[in-house]
Write a protein that binds this ligand. Structure first.
Ligand SMILES: NC(=O)C1=CN([C@@H]2O[C@H](COP(=O)(O)OP(=O)(O)OC[C@H]3O[C@@H](n4cnc5c(N)ncnc54)[C@H](O)[C@@H]3O)[C@@H](O)[C@H]2O)C=CC1
Ligand SMILES: O=C(O)[C@H]1O[C@H](OP(=O)(O)OP(=O)(O)OC[C@H]2O[C@@H](n3ccc(=O)[nH]c3=O)[C@H](O)[C@@H]2O)[C@H](O)[C@@H](O)[C@@H]1O
Length: 436
């Protein structure tokens, strides 16, 4: 099948590459010429484990192409995926200018029946708006389908190739057939393509992300309670997670959720609700808890240093919003950097992948280390903001000898409290009694 993917960011590149991998001819369109040049020359533009190998193979074997020209991209395609940004507008609602702008252009370009697919996360009613924007200029038949994406960064290829489910919202029988054929190789593992109407598909995406955010904020509140009551959140997490109705996943407390999606999607669903005079009370609380949680370690740090961080130096391990990505959008580490530097402290940071991105945002505000141990030099304490696997089993002797004080503030609960006790560290984490 011939497929066009408009928008070659995170989702677009994974979508295009994975569809090429299953034998389709894919052409990816992006307005960013430097991105298109790089990708055409075999230079991958995002860090995503496992993606580069299949990207290069499909590029070399001629199934994957890149262009800045929308008309050239969609000319022969049976399906056109829109994988465009939907950032929060000033009022928190999803900004549809990219989607509707391209829909408008498509109306001027289309000459025959095509299936236009919203892969971006878009509010309920967007499929209708895309339909109307195209129909302004194109009077022939076409279908607009909602096919939200559920991949996670860091495991995006696996999530895309073996999805738990594929959600397709359409009322067009011809489009349903095309989507069934397209997704057949991905759902052979037994997981379903769930067909529904466009609006339900659009809402399913927001409901999924918001529900996961509820789980995280709920556990962060349980962690706060654990500290006040003397319970251990790790034990509570195991205790409740083994109930299949609750499930083990997404119950890890920490210094809040970040990334390009949970914060914006929760906010957008609250905004969509308010537009239909509904106050989504749970999600308002979820957002409030998460805002507070990003600075959860600060009172602990302030208390250890008697509220005087002036001149103190902190080693900061982890900058990405989660491990296995270089994405720093809404990363809790950035909030920590602001709070520490505003209090007069200096920060020596290390992240395996995200340092170039952070450098672009914070410039000279902090120092960047060559490796995780360099960051410790002359530091008064170590702070862990992202649970990269190399931080899980470090050389503790090296940490002890390099830090000025044997002090760790762990925002992701990566270490065992008993081990910290034996090694003689002062150790603060989230929802567990401090080791002093
Ligand atoms: N990043 C993620 O893990 C996931 C994102 N999503 C959703 O997918 C959508 C896209 O997200 P990302 O891929 O992260 O965005 P992104 O910001 O990484 O990429 C968007 C791309 O679109 C391009 N673009 C902008 N205007 C264009 C135009 N007129 N024509 C062609 N290209 C244009 C940009 O240059 C950029 O390369 C969003 O709605 C997001 O919520 C959904 C699931 C996962
Ligand atoms: O719509 C999207 O863009 C995507 O958003 C999330 O994926 P992603 O943002 O890549 O990352 P997650 O693994 O979900 O983590 C999000 C944040 O929650 C935090 N988190 C996650 C799990 C947990 O138990 N505790 C916790 O604090 C992570 O540290 C991270 O900051 C969803 O998991 C994907 O299904 C969805 O497609």
């Amino acid at each position: 099948m011939k497929i066009a993917v408009v928008g070659t960011g995170y989702v677009g590149l994974v979508t295009g590459t994975c569809f090429a991998e299953t034998g389709n001819q894919v052409i990816c369109v992006d307005i960013d010429k430097s991105k298109v040049d790089k990708l055409s020359n075999g230079q991958i533009t995002i860090y995503e484990p496992g993606l580069e190998k299949i990207f290069l193979r499909n590029l070399k074997e001629g199934r994957l192409h890149f262009t800045t020209n929308l008309a050239e991209g969609v000319k022969d395609a049976a399906i056109v995926f829109l994988a465009l940004p939907t950032p929060p507008g000033e009022d928190g609602s999803a900004d549809l200018k990219y989607i509707l702008g391209v829909a408008d252009d498509l109306g001027k370009i289309l000459t025959d029946y095509k299936v236009i697919v919203d892969k971006s996360t878009v509010p309920v009613g967007t499929a209708d708006k895309v339909q109307a924007a195209i129909a302004k200029n194109f009077k022939g038949a076409f279908a607009v389908v909602s096919n939200p994406e559920f991949l996670r960064e860091g495991v995006a290829v696996e999530d895309f190739m073996k999805p738990d489910r594929v959600v397709v919202g359409t009322s067009d029988e011809r489009a349903k057939k095309v989507m069934t054929e397209l997704y057949a190789p991905f759902v052979r593992s037994g997981n379903p393509v769930i067909f529904m109407d466009e609006k339900s598909a659009e809402l399913t995406k927001y409901a999924a992300n918001s529900f996961l955010a509820v789980k995280i904020s709920f556990m962060n509140e349980i962690a706060r309670l654990c500290e006040r009551l003397g319970a251990d959140v790790d034990m509570v997490r195991k205790g409740i997670g083994s109930d299949e109705r609750i499930g083990k996943r997404f119950l890890f407390p920490g210094i809040g959720y970040g990334g390009s999606c949970f914060p914006k999607d929760v906010q957008a669903l609250v905004k969509s609700s308010s537009e239909v005079q509904y106050d989504f009370e749970i999600l308002n609380a979820v957002m409030k808890v998460n805002e507070e949680q990003k600075l959860f370690l600060m009172p602990k740090i302030n208390s250890y240093f008697n509220n005087d961080l002036k001149g103190k130096r902190f080693a900061l391990w982890g900058l990405a919003f989660k491990p296995n990505t270089d994405d720093i959008r809404e990363a809790p580490a950035l909030y920590m950097i602001d709070a520490l530097t505003e209090a007069g402290a200096t920060v020596h940071a290390y992240d395996p992948e995200a340092m170039p991105n952070v450098k672009q945002v914070v410039g000279d505000k902090i120092d960047f280390a060559q490796n995780q141990y360099d960051a410790l030099e002359n530091a008064d304490a170590l702070i862990i903001a992202t649970e990269w696997s190399e931080f899980r089993t470090p050389e503790f002797e090296k940490i002890s000898s390099m830090l000025k004080n044997k002090v760790i503030f762990d925002g992701r609960n990566v270490y065992d409290r008993e081990q910290m006790k034996q090694l003689g560290f002062f150790y603060e984490s989230v929802g567990r009694e401090a080791v002093k």
